[in-house]
Design a protein around this ligand. Structure first.
Ligand code: CA
Length: 486
């Protein structure tokens, strides 16, 4: 499945203890050889276990996988090959394109968001921030069959007990009639729908907001948005409070990053902190902790309880900061500048999604088989970058796609007009044949347009709009509006 690192692990990083910020795509251990007879025996045992007592045998049998899926065990044991700096993480998640998609979504779903805000007390832009980071506003849902994934994880390797509970819950969701069986696809670990809820979270917190009697987090945007608000409310969201704000530390100030050590705003004023633009700290937060994602030299933040509710969605401070920052930019309706006021402590900042695509195209042109151009710098791309750097004597050969590498490989020329030869000193691990490369490039140019370039949406669309899921040629799942009436 085309999974962005963040949606892969939605709500699961707490459960299986995976650090989100260091997760990337691809480069996995070899697929294990799983015994199907062992698998079927395990399913027989599960069927009669107490965990599955709420699942009727028709449901269990009807969606019983005929074989395990070894790829999910690969994903479970995946160790990222490359570490990701916070500025790369943020620039990939909060870029011009996503802010613009968010501003469009705010207009399209305005009336629904206002109703949600009045029922749950959660600010519309905070809901949009979660939606944008979790599933790119419903465009990236994950396409692994959930029953196969969860059944496999229930029977092999570590965390079986946890996944058995989620497998039983996933079956109950279908048994209840909330989600159509064919829509039960998601991340390798079982997070699904536009909110990327795990099945247990679904059963606890999903709501039917469009009133059709089903909690459909796959096809109903109102259900997905209201369920997100319900989740944040349930985790202690404070109505009317901002998540926090970027601040400026006074000269000579020293502190460790500790979001949980909450103090009053008066305390922070006394310490000499101001807003990043120099204005006095407003008294909008009942208490706030200091967050320093890159240490004392980078952007600094005071964060309140609502930041913690974002954190509870995925147990990563960088993830929560992405939601927070995206929600601010959507509030301001300004996509022109996605940086914080204080620069990250690096002379080689992160790249935008378009720049990532340009780099990938240049690597393809140079003969590196990175699969395709998706704007996501996963391990395949990073391995190719490292090989390219090594072959050209670029130091450090760290596989990182930053502004310096962008200038080195793309320069100022449009990538499609630039010809790159084979690397001088080493061959790519998987050089593409001319035919294969031609096909790849052909695919790039003929792939269906993305959701963001669909006809723009109007604010008259109310909460009743329905979507159908379409799988693109490159495997991404997106939602396409089904026009009502006529
Ligand atoms: Ca519904």
């Amino acid at each position: 499945m085309r999974l962005t690192p963040f949606s892969t692990l939605s709500l699961l990083s707490v459960a299986v203890g995976i650090s989100l910020a260091t997760t990337a795509q691809a480069a996995q251990p070899p697929a294990p050889d799983l015994s199907n007879s062992e698998f079927q025996q395990c399913l027989d045992n599960l069927k009669n276990s107490s965990k599955f007592s709420g699942v009727d045998s028709y449901t269990f049998n009807n969606y019983r996988p005929s074989q395990p899926d070894p790829s999910v065990i690969q994903s479970l044991n995946y160790q990222p090959e490359f570490q990701k700096d916070v500025w790369d993480y943020l620039s990939a998640l909060v870029d011009k394109e996503r802010v613009e998609d968010g501003i469009r979504a705010k207009r399209q779903w305005g009336s629904t968001l206002r109703q949600i805000e009045s029922r749950y007390g959660v600010k519309a832009e905070h809901v949009l921030g979660v939606w944008g980071v979790e599933s790119n506003f419903g465009q990236t849902l994950g396409k692994k069959p959930l029953f196969e994934s969860l059944a496999t994880l229930s029977c092999f390797d570590r965390r079986q007990s946890y996944f058995q509970g989620e497998y039983a819950n996933a079956l109950k969701i279908v048994q209840n009639g909330d989600i159509a069986p064919n829509d039960m696809t998601g991340s390798w670990a079982g997070a699904f729908g536009q909110t990327q809820f795990m099945p247990s979270t679904f059963l606890e917190l999903a709501v039917d907001f469009d009133g059709d009697g089903r909690r459909d987090l796959v096809n109903s945007v109102p259900d997905a948005l209201a369920s997100t608000a319900n989740f944040l409310d349930n985790r202690g969201y404070r109505t009317g409070e901002p998540w926090g704000y970027e601040v400026k530390l006074p000269d000579g100030f020293w502190a460790a990053s500790n979001r949980k050590d909450k103090k009053s705003i008066s305390h922070w004023r006394d310490q000499g902190l101001t807003l990043a633009n120099g204005s006095p700290l407003p008294y909008e937060l009942s208490s706030a902790g200091l967050l320093l994602p890159a240490g004392m030299e980078g952007p600094a933040f005071l964060v309140g309880k609502n930041f913690d509710t974002f954190y509870s969605y995925n147990a990563s401070e960088n993830y929560a900061l992405a939601i927070a920052h995206l929600s601010d930019l959507i509030t301001r309706e300004d996509s022109s500048k996605t940086d914080f006021i204080t620069a990250w402590p690096t002379d080689d900042p992160g790249i935008s999604r378009q720049q990532a695509k340009d780099i990938q195209q240049a690597l393809l042109n140079a003969g590196y088989d990175i699969g395709g151009v998706d704007g996501i710098i996963g391990d395949n791309t990073r391995t190719a970058i490292q090989q390219y750097q090594t072959s050209r004597g670029i130091f450090p050969a760290d596989g990182r796609a930053g502004q310096k590498f962008y200038r080195a490989i793309v320069g100022n020329a449009a990538p499609s007009q630039t010809q790159y030869g084979q690397p001088a000193n080493s061959k790519p691990l998987n050089p593409t044949s001319a035919d294969r490369m031609g096909q790849l490039i052909q695919q790039q140019t003929t792939a269906p347009s993305s959701y963001s370039s669909q006809p723009s949406v109007s604010s008259s669309n109310s909460g009743n709009t329905r979507y159908r899921r379409v799988t693109d040629a490159d495997g991404t799942i997106k939602l396409v509006r089904i026009d009502q009436g006529s």
